[in-house]
Design a protein around this ligand. Sequence first.
Ligand SMILES: Cc1cc2nc3c(=O)[nH]c(=O)nc-3n(C[C@H](O)[C@H](O)[C@H](O)COP(=O)(O)OP(=O)(O)OC[C@H]3O[C@@H](n4cnc5c(N)ncnc54)[C@H](O)[C@@H]3O)c2cc1C
Length: 400
Amino acid sequence: MSDNQIYDVIIAGAGPAGSTAATLLAQYGYHVLMLDKDQHPRFHIGESMLPMAEPIMKRLNIDWSCGNLVKGGAEFIDEKTGRRTFFPFEGKYKTFQVERSVFDQRLFENAIKHGVETHEQEKVTHVDCNTERVNIETDKANYQGRYFIDATGRNAIMGRSQQTINKLDKLGKFALYKHYKLVNNLTTQALFETGNIEILLTELGWFWCIPLTNQRLSVGLVVQKDAPSDLKGADLFNHYASASPRLTELLKGAELLTDVRTEADFSYFNEQRHGVRYACCGDVAGFLDPVFSSGFFFAVKTAEMVADRLHQGFEEQREAEADLHNSSDEIYQTGFQTMYLMIERFYRSNLVHNLFFEAERAPRVKEEIVAILAGDLWTDDNNFQQGLLTGRNNIAMFDS
Ligand SMILES: Cc1cc2nc3c(=O)[nH]c(=O)nc-3n(C[C@H](O)[C@H](O)[C@H](O)COP(=O)(O)OP(=O)(O)OC[C@H]3O[C@@H](n4cnc5c(N)ncnc54)[C@H](O)[C@@H]3O)c2cc1C
């Protein structure tokens, strides 16, 4: 292969992380190849977005107000007592509820529009990154590049081959979810007008209700992996859905659009997020329970961080250095750790009852919680966040 056939960057995975990194690098002028084992449009769960993703969408030239439902904020409802609290997103940036198959395809096509070469239905099977270059094997061909980005989502090709994926056992959950088409009435109309995600707290776990466009509702149940129940799959979902007053109200007369789908044991941290001529972004770097809808945001944020730092590395001819991403990775960890601590408190110390339901009495604290829920994780004036981080500041501590 002659030198002009060597890609600057090869990316495995064309989800939000891969497409974001690819587009930004193409904007910098690099020759990028992006490979995905599937083909868009493909179903993906994860429909509720955070406001702080908007500046990144702007950089990508994506107008995400188009075709998506405006998300007003996040509402937490205790099904037993009927107590509820609402965290509005009224800041500088807007956010949306998106149908991922459609939106991920848009991000992918946008990468192509920016000059990224893409191959679908081509699976990366082996990666070799050395000080000279990267060699990528797929089920169809071999490629060479100056740099590799792993954006393969929870498949985490590098993390799994290097055995650096650490499961966050304390967040060992599984999720069951379905899509419905709702009947238009005053209750559903109100939900679609606010566009809020609703988190319903039940006896066994919690439900998400995410309104999408065209009267579509995504409903998911998240429960402890070893929750005591004789019921499984659709029976478990239906049992708890019919015991929920809010869901019963929303789903009256609704049409079921999909069978129940399941995801299990999804929370982990990848200990090795970059190395010689490679970096990870999106779920590959780590994935947290979906209760605060942070997955898509971390995916595009880490992609942005990796792309910007790599551009700097190329300019300084430092791209082969294993510690190229050290400083941006430290920044990422602050955000990831904050979200982890919020989630840990959600499950372990009843964050919603002890704090969220009381937050009206302390407007400053409420504002600071809203900032975290919006993805505004890198400021130095959020006392609530500082308290979280200084209280216990190491993921390893929680799992020892
Ligand atoms: C139950 C559940 C609910 C969720 N809810 C939300 C939510 O409400 N809001 C939110 O923001 N996030 C949510 N998420 C998380 C969100 O879906 C992910 O964080 C997000 O999709 C990560 O994007 P990504 O690009 O890193 O990975 P993905 O979107 O998974 O993309 C990875 C891509 O890599 C490809 N790939 C994998 N292996 C290979 C290979 N070997 N070769 C080539 N291609 C490969 C895949 O086909 C895929 O297209 C949820 C997750 C779960 C499990």
